[in-house]
Design a protein around this ligand. Structure first.
Ligand SMILES: O=C(O)c1ccccc1NCC(=O)[C@H](O)[C@H](O)COP(=O)(O)O
Length: 193
């Protein structure tokens, strides 16, 4: 089970995610309570080993802005949230691309030339669970389930939706900050089968 921990802002939490065995970590580079600057993301990503994918999260920015910020941040992949057209993904060719959409979108990973797909709640980063099982059988390829996951529900969510991976942000936070114990518990539970 591929695991991505998103919205990291502190070095200790990056270390916790890497040591817990996360496959990918996300830095929010778009407007959000979790937003970090490109310089902060670069500093956070410096000690991340090459086998862990660092992902810059964007939502609605023009591709030339995404590329410039991603280069400045030194992230290995970019995640485009929402209704980015296929042309944005084509314009970002050469970067590792992650498409993040709600359940009413095209759920075939690769349909927009992306390498990874995230099927998320309507409000990204809100921590709101949704009817994960409703999409079972629809997404294809390398796709992650996201939206309201935590260590207590991730096993059920996996059984219901059968994703290739999972992505979490709010569910590994306590009082608005990431929590190393919750990160470890989430990774363990996501892989318990
Ligand atoms: O996390 C944010 O604040 C955010 C803001 C704007 C666009 C995307 C954002 N997060 C992207 C993610 O990949 C989250 O991990 C995903 O939406 C799941 O979030 P949560 O329901 O809080 O676990």
């Amino acid at each position: 089970m591929y695991v991505k921990i998103c919205g990291l802002r502190e070095p200790a939490h990056v270390t916790a995610a890497v040591e817990a065995g996360a496959d990918a970590i996300g830095f929010v580079l778009t407007t959000s309570k979790r937003q970090v600057t490109a310089a902060e993301a670069r500093a956070l990503g410096e000690a991340v080993p090459p086998h862990v994918l660092t992902v810059g999260v964007f939502a609605g920015e023009a591709p030339e802005i995404v590329r410039a910020v991603a280069v400045e941040a030194g992230v290995r992949a970019v995640q485009l949230h929402g209704n980015h057209p296929h042309s944005d993904f084509i314009a970002l060719k050469g970067l590792t691309l992650v498409r993040a959409v709600a359940a009413d979108a095209d759920l075939r990973c690769g349909a927009f030339d992306e390498e990874l797909l995230i099927v998320d709640a309507p409000k990204p980063g809100s921590g709101e669970p949704w009817n994960w099982g409703a999409i079972r059988g629809r997404p294809s390829g390398k796709w992650m389930l996201a939206g309201g996951l935590d260590s207590r529900n991730v096993s059920r969510a996996i059984s219901e939706a059968r994703p290739w991976g999972v992505d979490v942000s709010s569910g590994v936070e306590r009082e608005g900050r990431k929590d190393p114990d919750l990160i470890r518990e989430f990774v363990t539970e996501a892989r318990r089968r």
